[in-house]
Design a protein around this ligand. Structure first.
Ligand SMILES: NC(=O)C1=CN([C@@H]2O[C@H](COP(=O)(O)OP(=O)(O)OC[C@H]3O[C@@H](n4cnc5c(N)ncnc54)[C@H](OP(=O)(O)O)[C@@H]3O)[C@@H](O)[C@H]2O)C=CC1
Ligand SMILES: CC(=O)N[C@@H](CCC(=O)OP(=O)(O)O)C(=O)O
Length: 319
């Protein structure tokens, strides 16, 4: 039997780190390197584990993720890094960990030693917009708007503690829009990966449920390269994602999947799946992407990238 891959999760006690750990259950091909609880933030311990590992996952705030990368020793040419933070997503030296975008994206992940896992909202947005820009449907200077709704686990341990604590403020029982000043941390990757000339207008909302999200992009048909129909946009997206294991374009209009016309955001919780819906009429088309912020939006995507880097066939179900 082949020696197991040595894996280290830096930030392993956080929301994303724990989920990655859960996804490793039952895997004999991985050996998890650990640091005892009271030393898990000790830079020397972390440096040792990172350099000892074949693959290190960074499930850390951005500054700590950058610090972790700086700990890789000069003569270390074996450790591969999969970073779940925002720190390296638009860096040209890092592969963007969204393999379904194109054959080139998948190949770059497979051969790279540095992979940045996409942001959760960014994954939803890019899944809708990237294929349409590539196909010439959306001009690059299209004034794009994006709406997103997410479960509170997207904000990590601190918000989970507030939302699940005994003295949850009353306003936290309602959906809360945020990043109103248009400086959300996912905007740079949304623009860059899609190849848009301008930043999208992005309206995220966090609500009182644990996990799952819907990210939607409204399109004015008159502003597209020509007057496309719902069926044509649906066909372009379906062809783009044909044969993918984790990304599915649903039936036009979502007629069979939507219950009484509602698109709930939490139905893909605990999966690595993403579903794309194309709805609308001859004037306006809405594209919506449903995923789990902790799954395809974080830990699922991270483990999927690891599997690709290890040469594991995606249809084997190791996720
Ligand atoms: N939650 C989500 O849906 C998503 C999160 N991400 C990104 O993944 C990263 C982790 O997020 P998330 O898991 O939600 O965050 P959490 O706050 O839940 O977890 C972060 C973990 O990092 C630990 N940590 C902080 N600083 C250091 C350090 N210097 N050395 C070692 N450990 C450290 C924290 O320790 P302690 O336990 O003591 O606080 C905590 O356990 C972030 O960059 C986030 O933006 C990406 C996609 C989605
Ligand atoms: C609900 C909530 O607060 N969500 C987070 C995004 C979660 C995520 O994707 O984080 P990364 O950018 O690190 O990938 C936010 O909007 O900041």
């Amino acid at each position: 039997m082949k020696k197991p891959f040595k894996i280290f999760i830096d930030g392993g006690e956080g929301t994303t780190g724990l989920k990655i750990h859960e996804r490793f259950r039952g895997r004999q091909d991985l050996e998890l390197l650990q640091i005892e609880e009271e030393k898990r933030k000790d830079p020397e311990q972390r440096r040792r584990r990172i350099n000892e590992s074949d693959i290190t996952f960074l499930c850390l705030p951005d500054a700590a993720a950058r610090e972790a990368v700086s700990m890789i020793e000069k003569d270390n040419d074996h450790t591969k890094i999969i970073d779940a933070s925002t720190a390296h997503r638009i860096s040209p030296d890092w592969a963007y960990g969204f393999p379904e975008l194109s054959g080139e994206h998948r190949e770059r992940i497979r051969t790279s030693s540095r992979v940045a896992v996409p942001g959760c909202y960014a994954s939803g947005f890019i899944s809708c917009v990237y294929p349409l820009v590539q196909a010439g449907v959306m001009p690059r200077d299209y004034p794009v708007t994006c709406h997103g709704i997410s479960g509170y686990s997207g904000a990590g341990k601190k918000m989970i503690a507030v939302m699940e604590g005994g003295d949850k403020p009353r306003e936290c029982e309602s959906p809360r829009q945020y990043a109103l000043g248009q400086s959300h941390k996912h905007l740079p990757e949304m623009q860059k990966i899609c190849g848009l000339s301008y930043k999208p207008m992005f309206n995220p909302i966090v609500d009182d449920y644990y996990s799952g999200m819907v990210v939607s992009v409204p399109l004015h048909v008159r502003c597209l390269a020509k007057p496309y129909t719902v069926e044509e946009i649906h066909r372009i997206l379906s062809e783009h994602y044909a044969g993918q294991t984790f990304v599915k374009v649903m039936e036009p209009g979502g007629t069979e999947t939507l219950k009484d016309g509602f698109l709930p955001a939490n139905t893909l919780a605990d999966t690595n799946l993403m579903q794309i819906f194309v709805c609308g009429n001859e004037e306006q088309i809405l594209i919506a992407s449903r995923l789990d912020n902790l799954g395809k939006g974080a830990s699922g995507a991270a483990v999927q990238c690891m599997n690709i880097m290890m040469g594991i066939d995606e249809t084997t179900g190791l996720l």
